[in-house]
Structure formats: structure tokens, C-alpha cells
Design a protein around this ligand. Structure first.
Ligand SMILES: Nc1nc2c(ncn2[C@@H]2O[C@H](COP(=O)(O)OP(=O)(O)OP(=O)(O)O)[C@@H](O)[C@H]2O)c(=O)[nH]1
Length: 213
């Protein structure tokens, strides 16, 4: 275990960001739990990868965003107020973003659509890992034509971002997205990133052997 990856948890206010992190890390959340609105909290955890190694991740639980008034983004240049956008400093250091919406609140998916555009525009050329989590806090709205979860799933497919459905009340449902994130942030390292170096080292070994003869 070497580096610590920095991951920002973001999304609309009250969608369950804190509940998800508390449940993932401590497993102490139930239907009676209640949390104060977050300003910022930092959690450090050792998370398993899909290869079975454990890696250190620092999670930044952020203040919930206000929903936009106009639904899904129409124009990328639309002005948003300060409490509708992620604080700028997160864009500078984050290596991963976990974007959370509540499957019973369509406006919380709209927030993620703005958020992803904002991250894409401002992450410079840096590679970041993004994933979307739908927190199932209740049943789908049977009166709507397309439920929020399938809308999210289609949007994620278009954006090439992985989409997971979880419930903050069900700890095992949280493992897959966080193992996925940790694995992506800690890819398998090649033995050497410089093929010419390994050739050189082979040549040196060969020369040493012929010297010995
Ligand atoms: N029934 C149910 N309640 C949940 C679930 N997830 C979160 N809650 C509740 O919803 C409320 C808000 O959850 P938080 O985790 O504080 O949400 P948040 O996104 O961190 O909120 P902000 O910090 O204000 O942005 C809390 O009272 C939680 O107990 C869930 O999966 N099911």
C-alpha cells in the first residue's frame, strides 16, 4: 500500500452522501440515523480492490448542492449560483468523483448532469475516475413514464460512466461501487514503464555472463 487516492463525494443535498460513507466505513447506519447537513468531512479508509489488495482512499464528503430551477442542462454556459456548483478547490486535487443521486428525486439526477459537465470542463487534462450512485430511499414513482433510475442508467451509458444502484441502509450494496473506484484508481503497474530499460537490463545480464566465461 503506497499512495492515498483522493475521492470527492458530491451531489444534491440530502441524497444520502454521508449515510453512504458512514455505512460503508463504519456500518452503523439504520433507518433511525439522522445526519446534520455536511459542510465538509474527511474519511480515510482502506478499501479492497478487485485484485484483493488493500488501498488507502481519502473521501471528501461535500456540502449538498441546491437543485437547478430549470431541469436538465440546456446550455453548458448557463450560470449557476455558488450553492449549485462544487467548490472549485475539489476540481484541482480530486482523482475520483462519486456522484450520488436519490432514485426518488428526479431533480437530484439533474444536479449530476450539471455537475458532470462542470467536472469535465474544469478538470484540465487530468484523468479522473467518475461513477454515479443511485441511492434507493424508496420505491420508484409508478406514475412517471421513465423512472429516474432508468433515465440515469441511459445517461450514464451515453456519458460512459459506470452507474450503480445501492441503498445506504444495505451495506453490502455499497461494496461494488467502492471496490470499482479503488481498483480504477490503483491499476496494475507494469514491471517497468520503459521497455528499452528492460532490454538494457537483459543485455547487461548477458554481457555479465559472457564476461564470466
Ligand atoms: N430511508 C432511507 N433514508 C436514508 C437513506 N439514505 C439516507 N437517508 C436519510 O436521509 C437523510 C439525509 O441523508 P444524508 O446522508 O445526511 O444526506 P447528504 O446527501 O449527506 O446530505 P447533505 O449533507 O445535506 O448534502 C438522513 O436522515 C438519512 O438518514 C436511505 O437509503 N433510505
Amino acid at each position: 500500500m503506497g499512495k492515498t487516492s483522493k475521492v470527492v463525494i458530491c451531489g444534491m443535498k440530502g441524497v444520502g452522501k454521508t449515510a453512504i460513507l458512514e455505512q460503508l466505513i463504519y456500518g452503523n447506519v439504520n433507518m433511525k440515523s439522522s445526519f446534520y447537513p455536511t459542510i465538509e468531512d474527511i474519511y480515510v479508509a482502506n478499501i479492497e480492490t478487485d485484485r484483493g489488495t488493500k488501498e488507502r482512499v481519502c473521501f471528501y464528503d461535500t456540502a449538498g448542492l441546491e437543485p437547478p430551477l430549470t431541469g436538465p442542462p440546456q446550455s453548458p454556459t448557463m450560470q449557476l449560483t455558488a450553492n449549485q456548483v462544487l467548490q472549485r478547490h475539489y476540481l484541482g486535487f480530486a482523482e475520483g468523483f462519486v456522484m450520488v443521486y436519490d432514485t426518488t428525486k428526479p431533480e437530484s439526477l439533474d444536479v449530476l448532469m450539471y455537475l458532470k459537465k462542470d467536472i469535465d470542463r474544469n478538470k484540465d487534462k487530468k484523468e479522473v475516475v467518475m461513477l454515479v450512485i443511485g441511492n434507493r430511499t424508496g420505491p420508484d414513482d409508478i406514475n412517471s413514464l421513465e423512472n429516474t433510475c432508468s433515465k440515469a442508467s441511459n445517461w450514464c451509458a451515453r456519458e460512459k460512466v459506470r452507474h450503480f444502484e445501492v441503498s445506504a441502509m444495505d451495506r453490502p450494496s455499497l461494496y461494488e461501487p467502492f471496490i470499482f473506484m479503488t481498483s480504477k484508481l490503483n491499476p496494475v503497474q507494469n514491471k517497468t514503464a520503459f521497455p528499452q530499460l528492460s532490454t538494457l537490463s537483459k543485455l547487461t545480464q548477458k554481457n555479465n555472463r559472457s564476461d564470466a566465461m
